[in-house]
Design a protein around this ligand. Structure first.
Ligand code: HDE
Length: 695
């Protein structure tokens, strides 16, 4: 349908015609045309409103019911569409349809999220990120509901409500929002030693990713792949970003949350709409019972990884995200992931966390979406044929036709409806299980520290420093000294230097070491794959350069920069004293994306200051311009310094400190050299110069 309407102008003046051919009449939900949507029905000009006004009542009642409950965890999230393409057939180990034919694409919907914060919280909380993937396979939906961290806090689902209660805002005061830096969280984890491997991960920069595009995803649990003969192979799923791993630093995260609370969702929206489609490889770690039996840890324990050095990753496909949603509520809010959605060929292991999740997700969707018919909502409906005898209920949208709604029946093939298919249908792996009915935790789950230590020693020095800093920060917000001390007592089981650094940072005496459930703690080999810095990209592709311009800035260098950014597949945004933009040295004008105080350097991966002498004099009196350079410097970013920019660095007090990652932009050729240098993303040695704790 096309519409024609006149659009009122902002100044209330003239209207202009919008070119379409028919005006749509506003109606009620019942289709009744509306004559006046500005005034309610009244008795007399100044009289009381009338109950009879059905248009008013419908409009208000519908508004009153607009919200559905937010997710109890992972409330803040962002979903986008894409596809999975198989690059290596897994038909040797599974009959799962989507893993059979190389080159075949399966539609996908992915929702990224934070865990603890509510729906309106900020994106750069220190938190785990959800990485939930719905694959609409031809044999039904497969939901791989993962995280960006391969381990979890707890081993048994029965502890999940306690963990989440402790992590969320404290119940009397309802703060802090989207943060674990408070007594209840650290009290709980310090009494739950199994959480300490995960604590290392969330205190690392994994918990403050630069972008959803630069994080790994993990299925976390051990699953099973089952072949046509019913044979099972254990599997762990990994999503590896083609963009490389990248995170921000804590001080930057704090400032991004103020400057742009939507930093991650905006990044994804802009990247996809700009044709820069993020992509991940799907990797599988396959192993059999013999490996499971010989492994130092229990493969059913979700607080443990299997290092890639022990079981290498086989890459079998790619996930490409190429389309944003049309409507946030309809798709991102209403998408309902359920871990129990697995197609034939994929099955569960006995991981007690996974088994508990299989109950929780269906239950939570019914509460949240209000009806067992949430599967009828388009984003949740399978894209393959469905046939069953389930019926009715609230909001039933796809209703079967015909007389027969039960089976067995004798109505014959044409009218009798669907029948089960023992060959094609889902069959569970025929695992034998026996034993006394009891509430126990397996002894094989008892080593809580060895892998925590392995994670720590696998990090570069700067990443280890960040873990120490994060622990000090979080515990500095904990009021009870005994809780702080108990946390340090666990750290002593992971690494004495880390424990001492944290105790020192808090001004705390080093306590006795916590008694380990299983000793001794094993010294495992470092695994390079666990570090972000060691797995960064080798380019600046998909990254964003912030260019601070003033009137009179060198036009030739600006043009060369734009060319170099384009050639790298990166993007740039212009920051200027006025949003109207600037006039360059050759008289051309450039529009600004940000006014200087709305475009702080924390929004960019690297920055350039390209100004005229007059511009520099002006900006060196501006606090926001000074913050722009001091923050970029403190956050170890690469900085391009235009010929006349020095005054700003002098005013900011850092002109003497500029190092080799502050590159001159005095002539056109410097532009390409600068962008090439930016491929390293950060100049980490600088952090040791600018951070009090590092000295
Ligand atoms: Fe979840 N989790 N979870 N979780 N989870 C939910 O389901 C739960 C766990 C994860 O974008 C809830 O729809 C239990 C591990 C993601 O919509 C709920 C346990 C992992 C998402 C729930 C866990 C996850 C959720 C809340 C302990 C990583 C967001 C709303 C056994 C492998 C999905 C909802 C989305 C969401 C329960 C632990 C990932 C309540 C009981 C481990 C990515 O069902």
């Amino acid at each position: 349908m096309s519409f024609s309407y006149t659009e009122p102008q902002a100044d209330g003046g003239e209207t202009h015609q919008v070119a379409d051919d028919r005006i749509a009449t506003l109606t009620t939900q019942q289709g009744i045309p509306v004559a006046d949507d500005q005034n309610s029905l009244k008795q007399g000009v100044r009289g009381p409103a009338l109950l009879e006004d059905f248009h008013f009542r419908e409009k208000i009642f519908h508004f009153d019911h607009e919200r559905v409950p937010e997710r109890v965890v992972h409330a803040r999230g962002y979903g986008v569409h894409g596809f999975f393409e198989l690059t290596d057939s897994l038909s040797d180990v599974t009959r799962a349809d989507l893993f059979q034919r190389v080159g075949e694409r399966t539609p996908a919907f992915v929702r990224f999220s934070t865990v603890a914060g509510s729906k309106g919280s900020f994106d750069l909380a220190r938190d785990v990120r959800g990485f939930a993937v719905k694959l609409y396979t031809q044999e039904g939906n497969w939901d791989l509901v993962g995280n960006n961290i391969p381990v979890f806090f707890i081993q048994d689902a029965i502890k999940f409500p306690d963990l989440i209660h402790a992590a969320k805002p404290e119940p009397d005061r309802n703060f802090p929002q989207a943060q674990t830096a408070h007594d209840n969280f650290w009290d709980f984890v310090s009494l739950t030693p199994e959480s300490f491997h995960m604590i290392m991960w969330i205190m690392s920069d994994r918990a403050i990713p630069r972008s959803y595009r630069t994080m790994e995803g993990f299925g976390v649990h051990t699953f099973r792949l089952v072949d046509v003969e019913g044979r099972s192979t254990f599997v762990k799923f990994h999503w590896k970003p083609k963009q490389g791993l990248q995170s921000v630093v804590w001080n930057e995260a704090v400032k991004i949350n103020g400057a742009d609370p939507d930093f991650h969702r905006r990044d994804l929206w802009d990247a996809i709409n700009g044709g820069n489609f993020p992509e991940w490889e799907l990797g599988v770690q396959l192993f059999d019972d013999d490996f499971a039996d010989s492994f130092d840890f229990d493969v059913l324990d979700a607080t443990k990884i299997i290092p890639e050095e022990l079981v290498p990753i086989r890459v079998v496909g790619r996930l490409v995200l190429d389309r944003v949603v049309d409507n946030f509520f309809a798709e991102t809010e209403q998408v309902a992931f359920c871990t129990q959605n697995v197609p034939p060929g994929i099955d569960f292991s006995n991981d007690p966390l996974l088994q508990g999740r299989n109950f929780s997700y269906l239950d939570t969707q019914i509460k949240r979406l209000g009806s067992p018919n949430f599967t009828h909502i388009p984003i949740n409906a399978p894209k393959c044929p469905m046939a069953h005898f389930q019926q009715d209920g609230h909001m039933a949208m796809s209703n079967p036709k015909g007389r027969v709604n039960y089976e067995p029946n004798s109505w014959g093939a044409a009218q009798g409806g669907p029948r089960e298919d023992p060959v094609r249908g889902f069959t569970s792996f025929a695992e034998t299980a026996d034993g006394p009915k009891q509430r126990v935790r397996s002894e094989s789950f008892a080593d809580h520290y060895s892998q925590a230590r392995q994670f720590l020693i696998s990090q570069t020095a700067i990443e280890q420093k960040h873990i120490g800093d994060a622990l000090v920060f979080e515990l500095s917000k904990v009021e009870r000294p005994d809780i702080r001390s108990r946390v340090v007592s666990h750290l002593l089981n992971i690494d004495a230097t880390l424990a001492e650094t944290v105790a020192d940072g808090l001004g705390l005496a080093v306590p006795d070491r916590a008694v380990a459930a299983r000793a001794p703690i094993t010294d495992l080999a470092a695994s390079d794959k666990l570090s972000i810095v060691k797995n960064g990209p080798a380019n600046f592709k998909g990254r964003k350069l912030g260019i601070l311009l003033s009137d009179g800035a060198d036009a030739a260098i600006f043009t060369a920069l734009v060319k170099a950014v384009d050639a790298e597949g990166a993007v740039f945004e212009v920051v200027a004293p006025k949003i109207g933009g600037v006039t360059l040295s050759d008289g051309t004008t450039v529009a600004a994306k940000h006014k200087i105080d709305g475009g702080p350097s924390v929004l960019f991966d690297a920055v350039v200051v390209l100004v005229s002498a007059e511009g520099a004099a002006l900006l060196s009196r501006d606090a926001a311009a000074k913050d722009f350079v001091t923050d970029a410097f403190a956050h170890c970013k690469f900085i391009g310094v235009g010929a006349d920019a020095e005054a700003i660095f002098v005013a900011a007090g850092i002109s003497e400190d500029l190092d080799e990652a502050c590159l001159p932009l005095a002539k056109e050729v410097d532009a390409a050299t600068f962008i090439e240098a930016c491929r390293e993303l950060r100049f980490w040695p600088r952090e040791l110069e600018v951070d009090l704790d590092a000295k």
